[in-house]
Design a protein around this ligand. Sequence first.
Ligand code: KIV
Length: 267
Amino acid sequence: MSIVLEKKQNITSIAKKKGKEKIVMITAYDTLFAKLFDKKVDIILVGDSLSMSFGGDEDTLQIGLDEMIYHTNAVCKGATHPLIICDMPFGTYVDEKEALKNAMKVYQKTKAHAVKIEGGEAKAHIIKHLTDNGIAVMAHIGLLPQSVRGEGGYRVKGKSEDEAKQLLKDAKAAQKAGAFCVVVEGVKSEVATKITKALDIPTIGIGAGNGTDGQVLVWSDAFGFFEDFKPKFVKRYLNGGELIKNALDEYVKEVKDGSFPSEKHSY
Ligand code: KIV
């Protein structure tokens, strides 16, 4: 079955899916893959995961706003129907003024529908300032990749009662501040489900079980192109790396033995 989603998404159509239809989000970073994902998914996230999966960085902290804008523009050129979200990189939303200046730059320089920022209760004032000024915000709670150095590593959240309570507070604070949607990353399934039930806005899970309103995966993880490591929550839908390497072997072999280009591929 080939999926073709004919409806163009916006933040209202995404919000309306809560409780009715699961929301599918995937990352993309360029026009080529945005075109492949167009009319297939509800949301494309131009995630700062770009810096790890494609930039070779150890974490997501080194990528800057101009790079995110470049890649968001590339995605906007390829995808006409999904909601497109630009991840605000580390250090670009430290206070209200800075956050608004940078989020406005994203809106002015790209056609992204919304921005994503990491943080719940602690970032509620920023979410409110952005939404008060016409910027649509997706919040991101739980395991926050931009906090990896500050926290000394990645850790699943919601294992203790205190942590579970704080996560619920984070989600509710983000909703109250005006976020239209919340990513819940690396959170115990039962806690993510409880958060989902407590909110009016949709939750998108990654490593947060099956009880959220939608799911997101980094495309190079989902399709097996990123082979350095595979977290437990990733399901590989394709062995992309292997397919590419096999095809490349064939190309190399044919160039070396002179069978490519043949008559068919010559003028
Ligand atoms: O950067 C990213 O791709 C993300 C998702 C994993 C949610 O933030």
